[in-house]
Ligand binder design. Structure first.
Ligand SMILES: Nc1ncnc2c1ncn2[C@@H]1O[C@H](COP(=O)(O)OP(=O)(O)OP(=O)(O)O)[C@@H](O)[C@H]1O
Length: 724
């Protein structure tokens, strides 16, 4: 019962705590990530060479000899140590971290972990231990089965991270192990590796890294697998017994782990290396009493360590030339010491007073290394991706070229556009000037028109004083009643609708009208194809029956003019009239009614105009046909015409009625004009007497009309042609 209650309570607690646990886990992950980010930033700020100092404890032998420790540590300051020299002076050394003899392997690795992790993020990393022989370099890097060193822990951590990130990332590890013994590179993983194994050399790869062609690279999938290989390689390492160390490392041991990573989400790939280097111990040959082979080994070891010191000095001094190739060790670590990887150095020291000199040497060297600055570490993309990147770069360059070309063409377009805009503005300016000039001309025309109107008014006043001119109205004056020559048409108008007739007495006239229409059609058929300048008349239209009477009267007016000129009396005129057939009534087609058409008192046209009797016609003739001007009058007219400045003013003169003879002349012209419009009559030619008289009058008119311009002359010519 109690147990059941306990289980229920436990389950309840678990259920309650589970969400909190998950939340805390999430927070922890976030905090860890944040810490990692800050730590990496810190490393980059400090520079990517970090120096840790580790002091081993006094060995049992040293304790037995009562050697005192010359190294002092301040627990509150994990970056400083103090050395008590033989003269009791103290020297303080500062490093990124200082590990006292009390610090165990785990504490050391905890500080090393971020650099190890950075390998999984695509950075190259190099961790190496430097120090006098027997100071614990191998202990720090490899450790013992009970106290694993950095190598094991680092490899273990990498596999752990691989498992942790396997959802997002795919990793591939390749393990290599080599040593530099007496300036020779030996593959510790190679079969039958011995001193007579094939010679390996260092080559620079296309990516600028140092490669050892022929070096065994074994793909590993677990920490056990890789550690077995590590142990196997360690067994092949050259070790020997010295006075300082029973199992002294006589070579520089280098473990390399290649990490290939691929982001499964983004596809981003990287290839990075982790170097774990256990250097051979620096030693003084005299102290270790080396002889023979050990002495030779010591010389090579010291030479390579001296080369390492030179490289560090050059890097610290920022020399242009760094002597990496002075030894195999520095050549192999070239990219780790001065390149773009993260480097961590363990400066191993002994606390014993007996090793004070070497300790000071190591600390001084470590301090120089710490002062080395090189650029920030860079992620190492997979070389396979480099090709793609190069292609992308090439493509980008091509696109940049195209963009620059497009920019150039765009600039050209801008320039063209600007020039055309200037042209457009210039044209607009010209248009504005033209418009202004046009306005000025229009204003001038208006002024001239006003001036002409004033002149016309003055002349009208003169006309009113002239009784003769008042009694005569020219039938076809070249005035405003008639349009300018430009409006004269050589086209006949469309046929007018048939006139409405009401009175039977006009039936003959209707017949004549229909005949006129027929004649008009025939005329159009015959002559419309040819453009002829034949009329000075106003806009032509169908003639009314009243107009026909007017036309007949006009013919008779001509006769009356002749009769008056030749002193014919009314009786003889009547006789002549009886002989005279109204010519071309059939042909009379389309004339605008005369202004002189008889009008009613109200000013309306007398549409119901009856065909006038002879007496009415005679009175009409008298009223409308003036006497021809005397020779003196003609001379006067000619002199006035000659003095007039322009044809327009001449026309104004005629149209104003100021010149009676000109009115008469216009009348005559109009008669001629009618003839021209009607064409050559096939019948109804006047008698020979009338014809000759008419010719005479026409010739007289020609003399005066000739001054009026080409159109009038053409009319005269046509008239002559029609009469002949
Ligand atoms: N921090 C430590 N704690 C306990 N024992 C240590 C520590 N450092 C070194 N030792 C011991 O000191 C001895 C010498 O260590 P180690 O062989 O690692 O020195 P070394 O620097 O590698 O010498 P060599 O250069 O000759 O190889 C070992 O027996 C090791 O167990």
């Amino acid at each position: 019962m109690l147990r059941a209650k306990c289980e229920a309570l436990t389950n309840k607690c678990l259920q309650e705590c589970q969400p909190k646990y998950e939340a805390l886990k999430r927070i922890l992950a976030e905090e860890t990530a944040e810490r990692k980010r800050f730590y990496n930033e810190l490393i980059e700020v400090r520079g990517n060479i970090r120096v840790f100092c580790r002091c081993r404890p006094l060995s049992p032998e040293e304790t037995s000899k009562s050697y005192n420790s010359v190294v002092e540590f301040d627990p509150s300051k994990d970056t400083e140590l103090q050395i008590t020299c033989t003269d009791s002076s103290k020297k303080i050394y500062k490093f990124d971290h200082v590990f006292s003899p009390k610090d165990d392997q785990e504490a050391v690795f905890t500080e090393t972990l971020p650099i190890v992790k950075s390998v999984m993020d695509g950075f190259n990393a190099c961790i190496f231990a430097y120090g006098q022989t027997g100071t614990g370099k191998t202990f720090t890097m490899e450790g013992t089965p009970e106290c694993r060193g950095v190598n094991y822990r680092a490899l273990e951590e990498l596999f752990r991270i691989m498992k942790e990130r396997m959802v997002l990332m795919q990793y591939e590890f390749s393990f290599s192990m080599l040593e530099v013994y007496n300036e020779k590179i030996r593959d510790l993983l190679a079969d039958n590796s011995d001193l007579n194994a094939k010679k390996l050399d260092i080559k620079q790869s296309a990516e600028g890294t140092q490669e050892v062609p022929g070096l065994a690279e074994v793909q590993v999938r677990s920490i056990d697998e890789v550690w077995e290989m590590h142990k196997s390689g360690g067994r092949n390492r050259s070790v020997g017994s010295t006075n300082a160390n029973e199992l002294s490392s006589r070579s520089h041991s280098l473990v390399r782990l290649m990490v290939k990573a691929e982001n499964l989400v983004t596809g981003e790939r990287s290839k990075s290396f982790l170097w774990l280097v256990d250097l051979a111990g620096s030693e003084r040959a005299g102290k270790i009493e080396a002889e023979g082979e050990r002495l030779k080994e010591s010389q090579f070891i010291n030479k390579s360590l001296s080369a390492l010191g030179d490289v560090i000095s050059a890097l610290a001094s920022k020399n242009s030339h760094i002597p990496y190739r002075n030894s195999k060790l520095t050549h192999l670590l070239q990219s780790s010491l001065g390149g773009d990887c993260k480097t961590l150095m363990f400066a191993q020291i002994s606390p014993s007073l007996a090793d004070l000199g070497e300790t000071l040497c190591t600390l001084n060297f470590a301090s120089r290394v710490r002062g080395v600055e090189h650029g920030p570490a860079r992620k190492q993309p997979d070389p396979a991706d480099n090709f793609k990147l190069k292609q992308m770069v090439e493509k980008l360059r091509q696109e940049e070229k195209e963009v620059s070309k497009l920019n150039e063409s765009l600039q050209m377009m801008h320039i063209k556009y600007a020039s055309r805009e200037n042209i457009f503005k210039t044209l607009q300016e010209k248009i504005r000037e033209s418009e202004q000039a046009c306005k000025n001309y229009q204003q001038k025309i208006k002024d001239l028109e006003n001036q002409l109107a004033e002149e016309k008014k003055g002349r009208t006043h003169l006309t009113e004083t002239n009784e003769i001119s008042r009694s005569f109205r020219p039938p076809c004056a070249l005035s405003k009643q008639r349009p300018p020559l430009a409006r004269i048409t050589n086209r006949l108008p469309p046929l007018a609708p048939p006139h409405r007739t009401e009175k039977s007495s006009l039936k003959n006239m209707e017949n004549a009208c229909s005949n006129i229409n027929d004649a008009t059609r025939s005329f159009k058929t015959k002559h419309l194809g040819r453009a002829r300048r034949i009329s000075l008349s106003p806009v032509v239209c169908n003639i009314s029956k009243n107009r026909r009477a007017s036309i007949a009267a006009t013919e008779l007016e001509t006769l009356a003019t002749l009769s008056e000129k030749h002193n014919m009396n009314h009786a003889s005129v009547t006789t002549k009239l009886s002989q005279l057939r109204i010519p071309r009534r059939r042909s009379v087609a389309t004339f605008t009614p005369f202004q002189e058409t008889p009008k009613s008192k109200e000013g309306k046209c007398i549409n119901s105009f009856k065909y006038p009797s002879t007496s009415q016609l005679q009175s009409l003739w008298k009223s409308r046909v003036p006497n021809l001007p005397s020779p003196m009058q003609q001379n006067h007219i000619q002199s006035r015409l000659t003095n007039l400045p322009s044809p327009l003013q001449r026309n104004q003169l005629f149209s104003s009625g100021a010149v009676n003879s000109a009115q008469h002349l216009n009348k005559l012209c109009y008669s001629i004009q009618k003839r021209v419009m009607l064409g050559s009559p096939a019948q109804g030619r006047p008698s020979k007497i009338l014809e000759s008289r008419f010719n005479e009058a026409a010739l007289q008119a020609k003399e005066i009309v000739g001054r009026f311009g080409t159109a009038q002359r053409v009319l005269i010519k046509n008239r002559r042609r029609s009469i002949m």
